[in-house]
Design a protein around this ligand. Sequence first.
Ligand code: GLY
Length: 572
Amino acid sequence: MSLSMNWRAAALCLLLVAGGAFAADGAPAKAASGHASTRIPGHAAIASANFHATEAGLEVLARGGNAFDAAVAVAATLSIVEPESSGIGGGFMAVLHRASDGHDVFIDARETAPAAVDAQDYLNPDGSPDRDTALKGPLSAGIPGEPAGLVLIAKRYGRLPLAQSLAPAIRIAREGFEPDERLREAIAGMQEDLQRWPASAAKYLPGGKPPAAGVIWKDPDQARTLELIASHGDQGFYHGETARKLVAAVRAAGGNWTLADLASYRAKERTPITVDYRGYRIVTAPPPSSGGVAIAEILNILSGYDLTKMDAATRTHYVIEAMRRAFRDHNDYLGDPDFVKMPLDMLLSPFYADGLRQSILPDKATPSSMLPRAEAAEPGMHTTHFSIIDADGNMAAVTSTVNYTMGSSFVAEGTGVLLNDEMDDFALVPDKPNVYGLLGSKANAPVGGKRMLSSMSPSLVIGADRTAVIGSPGGSTIITQVLEGILHFIDGESAQQIAAHKRFHHQYLPDVVNVETGVFDAATSDALTKMGYTLKPREAWGFMNVVTWDRKANQLDAASDPRRPSGLGKVQ
Ligand code: GLY
């Protein structure tokens, strides 16, 4: 499949070549080299969504592991203690920075469609989207990428054997832990779906009910599956006992996985997207995430303005207009790079951004209907992110997901593995929004072996004196949260301030600005409304986990989003 540049893109390119200087504070600044080799004596920082996971990472560091071993420990532990958001039945995307040689790499452990995928399975008889099949049960699940991704990180970047990095997660699964309020609420919220499959009900609804506060909860099946990965690597999940159990359970419940789907899964190393902005180098996620492309496009547009000299309403206006344009491109162009040719050179070019900037009026919202496309729904809230810096300056930004809360709600019998419902991230029905209200084109159509487009945006922000590792869950809002976090960090905010900062979000369609209570004062809200924006209050969203490193002060900092008490940012 190939995507050719359409008339609109071509027109924009012409406009660009004709016009626009690359101006003001974002003049392609001499960005930092990003070679973060200074040692931070005895220090490391981890921020994750669950204190067991942060402590597991710190334990592995104390045993001589590096940030990458710690990343394996944190991800595997989250699979046990935060299964509502991520796990070995799902996938992740990570940006790693190796301090010894400044190597930056993107780890793509995104799920793939099974070979037998059939878009018709996701349609009702009248041709409308069948949301239940897309989001629940075995047909909603892609082939998991997380186990292969963890094996790859341990082998190529870690210092410890995989078995040592997986040990804390296995121990917690065997000895048990107290499910936190967030997990208990997630299970209660998904109770009806979990009841549909016996292995899901047996695992998550012991005695027919969600676990009560204070119970100690064990996960022996998942412990066994992790032990097989610990001793056999990829072979322990994608072949042999686990693979047979996964395929048997999926097929018995009406799914279409085969042993060949599992055996052919590969996690991949890709080149991250980098963009320079106000003296910082941002290293972020390439396709099959749309996040990095959107963030780079937004920063390229914003680099033509001096946001620091603007009042809040004008600054917000330009940020929203940049978001609007980047999300519009996301819908049209992006998909799995192994299947789709994408005009990335164009989308990431400062000249393209110049042209987009020229379409932004200084004092008026551009209705999305003037940048044509279709309708959409509320953005959603799931997934998990953690950030790590170790004493050598190695960094890991990891965003991991089973997609919607509790994924597909389907546990494959005998494995303890809760499967993802990532198939919904494909454009299953062209021009109909997915659970995050995102639209898709042919570039993101489902094909066997193909990765579905993601919004996950694990990112590094590397400056001469200050560096941040940043990311968040939140479906389509991931992109705007990370973008706002990057802007706040560059403005000088601390890890705590960035994680706590109030948020706003625009994703092209629906043409509204989601606003968290308190993000704008009355005068700013008023000014934005007069410019033509529809401000739509929404409950707080996101679960940002940030670590920062001030090289001059030789100081690390870690912060977990104060909106969610289960998280822990810790410097040790
Ligand atoms: N499943 C959410 C995402 O990958 O963006």
